[in-house]
Design a binder for this molecule. Structure first.
Ligand code: PLP
Length: 407
């Protein structure tokens, strides 16, 4: 059966809202955040309408129900992303907090002269925490370059790993270039050398099922809001054995074992890292998003995304004067581009007049921009619910930009 994108679009109410001036919305900013299906919105409102209570601390009926639902959400998400028995899933505020949690925990593990390897295609969230960790511990950060076509320089990456390397952190998919890194291969190489790995899955989980156990990493992170769930919830999956060695990231309720004036002992992960009242409705919304995604034919969805990507890429190239940043084979459906004459902000402003939502700027990847000698790009990022009309609107808009700047 062909992929019925129009049917899928009905699940996302916002996609059919008109913009002022009766502009049709072509939402191509999915890399920044995704839209939410009705099922997620309904699950969260049901919690607040019928089930709201704080978890863990209450003996009353609502609290017990909320606690059960929260833990069921953890199970749903764990199963959906293939969390292994020796791993644990911690709810965080998002990918950023998850990476900071790991970098903070590794403070007790790293020493002066140890090395951390990151890549130049990382989002700042997977870049700056490692610099801070290095500052705190005296470790050194090594930065691995990106080839002209947007692929990671794998040879350089492998060559950078040595007996001092303790951690390698890398994106599953680049939020700018769309490059899909061979993470299972990379984690296998690192594991052989006893190097811990963190995979940033913020841009991969939105494009279909990911099996964390198969990726072979020590830590995996992603954000709810990019996977059709709310903002303010995210996930860290980590090996329990490592996490239980970490000092807590935040302290407070629910993460303690026993508190006394003589000193405090902590629970194991996940509770150890979930201090305070969590975003309960967010966890339920996240589980609902995975339930929703389980109903998607991801083989067909991937083909659909790739079809739109190639239409958009070919169309942009045909217009002329457009440079696409990142054309690695098998890349995901994101196109970062610049135009010879028009500034990315002009591009986005003109596109907005036509209802086309794209992002501009450095995309929180300044080291990558510096590497390519640019300050920013426009970026269209495609989700499975985008359709041909969205791509046509993008291309019409870019033709208009070209006419306006007359080059
Ligand atoms: N990593 C990547 C690859 C991203 O694209 C993003 C967000 O754009 C993040 C990390 C940070 O995600 P968040 O801001 O949801 O924590």
């Amino acid at each position: 059966m062909a992929f019925d994108v129009e049917k899928i679009r009905e699940d996302f109410p916002i996609l059919s809202r008109p913009l002022p001036g009766d502009r049709r919305l072509a939402y191509l900013d999915n890399g920044a955040t995704s839209q939410k299906p009705q099922a997620v919105i309904d699950r969260m409102s049901r919690f607040w309408l019928e089930e709201n209570a704080n978890i863990h601390r209450g003996l009353h009926h609502l609290s017990a129900e909320a606690t059960t639902a929260h833990e069921a959400a953890r199970d749903t998400v764990s199963q959906a992303i293939g969390v292994a028995d020796d791993q644990v899933l911690i709810f965080t505020r998002g990918a950023t907090e998850a990476i900071n949690l790991v970098a903070n925990g590794l403070e007790g593990e790293l020493r002066e002269g140890d090395e951390i390897v990151v890549t130049l295609m990382e989002h700042h969230a997977n870049f700056v925490p490692w610099q801070i960790l290095a500052e705190k511990t005296g470790a050194i950060v090594r930065y691995i370059s990106v080839l002209e076509n947007g692929e990671l320089d794998l040879e350089a990456w492998q060559a950078a790993l040595n007996e001092k390397t303790r951690v390698a952190a890398f994106a599953h998919i680049s939020n700018v270039l769309g490059t899909v890194n061979p993470v299972a291969e990379m984690t296998a190489i690192a594991r052989e050398r006893g190097i811990m790995t963190l995979v940033d899955g913020a841009q991969s989980v939105p494009h279909g099922p990911v099996n964390v156990a198969d990726l072979g990493c020590d830590f995996f992170v992603f954000s709810g809001h990019k996977v059709y769930a709310p903002d303010g919830i995210g996930v860290l999956v980590g090996r329990s054995e490592l996490l239980d060695r970490f000092q807590p990231y935040q302290a407070g309720g629910d993460m303690i074992d026993r508190v006394a004036v003589e000193g405090t002992t902590y629970r194991e992960a996940p509770e150890r890292f979930e201090a305070g009242t969590p975003f309960i409705a967010g966890a339920l919304g996240l589980a609902a998003a995975f339930d929703y995604m389980a109903g998607i034919d991801w083989v067909a969805a991937h083909e659909h995304e790739q079809h739109l990507l190639s239409q958009a890429t070919a169309g942009l190239k045909q217009i002329g004067g457009v440079k696409i940043w990142g054309e690695a084979p098998g890349k995901a459906s994101v196109i970062a581009f610049t135009m010879d004459e028009a500034h990315p902000q002009d591009i986005a402003t003109i596109l907005d007049q036509l209802g086309v939502a794209v992002r501009t700027g450095h995309h929180c990847a300044m080291p990558l921009m510096t590497h390519f000698g640019i300050t920013g790009t426009a970026r269209a990022s495609i989700a499975f619910y985008n359709n041909q009309e969205d791509i046509d609107a993008l291309l019409d808009g870019i033709r208009r930009v070209k006419r306006m700047f007359d080059f």
